[in-house]
Design a protein around this ligand. Structure first.
Ligand SMILES: Nc1ncnc2c1ncn2[C@@H]1O[C@H](COP(=O)(O)OP(=O)(O)OP(=O)(O)O)[C@@H](O)[C@H]1O
Length: 389
């Protein structure tokens, strides 16, 4: 029989509350309970960093109580704690969102981000030469499409490439690659899925769409850290990370926690998107991540029938902005129906039409990115020497 939210609540009636409430079921610290297909149950308990250690037994009791219910296959109970800016880290690591799937708990300190301050970057991933972030200040500018096609174009150059979808608020990689199976757990690591020769991991493979939306900063960071460190990525030349959109704490923490070789910023040519892209560049620079360059997506419209080209959004804005910011300009990708259709169909354009003009455009961007990575060229554009007569 399928488990219901009421069943879960009843079970939590026997678990002590972290506050004065008669039980956890009645406590305001209990979040919304998500019961998903297959008997997976997810909820969180709000706490403070100071209390996180003391509340751990309650978290475990809650997990055990729900796990004992008939029809429950998987339980995730997370502690969500937010730190005030500048305060000390939480005393204990929080349980990881992926623990429910049999992976190890997050590394100490991996799960309690708060407003991070600029500082040295975190750990790399053994076997992975370069981790690059594909980011955008604003949502919907084509960041995931660019990340997927960039990963494929890097692969086409003969590199060993992985793609990690860190966009917890709206993972697109499962759709982009028509992947929906659950990754296998081998020992203490999860095996990434594979498509078109890429190793792929997405938060969307682990939780149902919508669930990720209720995650708060600490859970997000915990999941992202685990996707990096507890996935059997193997030997990779490049791991492309599709970042969540925006330049908030989650992004800044990610940029800071992961040893990024550089960041690619995606923008459309409109002023508003460019202003957000500028914030993205500033954010990465704040944590000393080199800017590999800026991509102008939906740069112009090319009519598939007559070949007529129209600059719908004021094409060229990102190139000018890159120059103004002293960041390299990597190239422009047109607004093309074929790019959208192939993505929606689960086989991005570089895989679908590897010799087409769009694949060539992504190829040029991939080449420029790899050149910067392999030569260690700094993210800033080289100064131009102008001789005045
Ligand atoms: N160059 C392009 N030409 C046509 N359609 C595009 C192009 N780039 C992206 N799209 C389409 O725009 C939509 C948004 O793209 P995508 O999901 O990659 O954006 P995003 O910035 O990752 O969005 P979000 O912030 O919601 O994750 C998708 O339908 C995608 O197919």
């Amino acid at each position: 029989m399928a488990v219901t939210e009421d069943d879960v609540r009843r079970a939590l009636g026997a678990v002590p509350a972290p506050d004065d409430a008669p039980s956890l079921a009645q406590s305001p610290a209990l979040s919304k309970i998500s019961v998903m297909g297959g008997g997976r149950v997810i909820f969180s308990i709000e706490t403070t960093p100071e209390q996180a250690g003391a509340i751990e037994p309650i978290r475990r009791a809650a997990e055990a109580a729900v796990k004992a219910l008939p029809g429950v296959s998987d339980v995730l109970v997370a502690l969500t704690a937010e730190r005030a800016p500048g305060s000390a880290p939480a005393p204990k690591p929080q349980p990881s969102p992926m623990a429910a799937r049999g992976a190890r708990p997050a590394a100490p300190g991996a799960a309690a981000p708060a407003r991070p301050s600029p500082g040295p970057q975190g750990a790399g991933v053994p076997g992975v030469r370069h981790i690059i972030a594909v980011a955008s200040g604003k949502g919907g500018v084509g960041k995931s499409t660019t990340a997927a096609n960039l990963a494929l174009a890097l692969k086409k150059q003969g590199l060993r490439v992985g793609l990690m979808d860190a966009d917890v608020y709206g993972p697109s990689v499962p759709t982009l690659f028509a992947l929906n199976e659950r990754p296998e757990v081998e020992g203490k690591q999860m095996k990434p899925l594979e498509a078109h020769g890429l190793k792929i991991m997405s938060i969307g493979f682990l939780v149902d769409a919508g669930t990720a939306m209720i995650w708060r900063g600490p859970m997000v960071m915990s999941a992202l850290t685990q996707m990096l460190t507890e996935v059997a990525w193997g030997e990779l030349d490049v791991l492309v990370v599709d970042m969540p959109p925006g330049t908030g704490d989650a992004q800044l923490t990610m940029a800071q926690r992961v040893k990024l070789s550089g960041a690619v910023i995606v923008s459309t040519p409109q002023d508003l998107a460019l202003a957000d892209a500028r914030r993205g560049v500033a954010m990465f620079r704040k944590v000393d991540v080199p800017i590999l360059g800026i991509v102008e997506n939906m740069s112009y419209y090319c009519c598939p029938n007559c070949g007529h080209r129209a600059d719908l959004f004021g094409h060229g804005g990102a190139r000018a902005e890159a120059q103004a910011m002293g960041a390299p300009f990597l190239g422009e990708i047109p607004l093309a129906l074929a790019i959208r259709e192939t993505s929606d169909a689960g086989s991005p354009i570089v895989a679908q039409q590897p010799d087409g003009e769009h694949a060539k455009a992504y190829g040029a961007i991939a080449e420029a990115v790899w050149k910067r990575l392999s030569t260690g060229a700094p993210g800033r554009a080289a100064p131009r020497i102008v001789i005045e007569r």
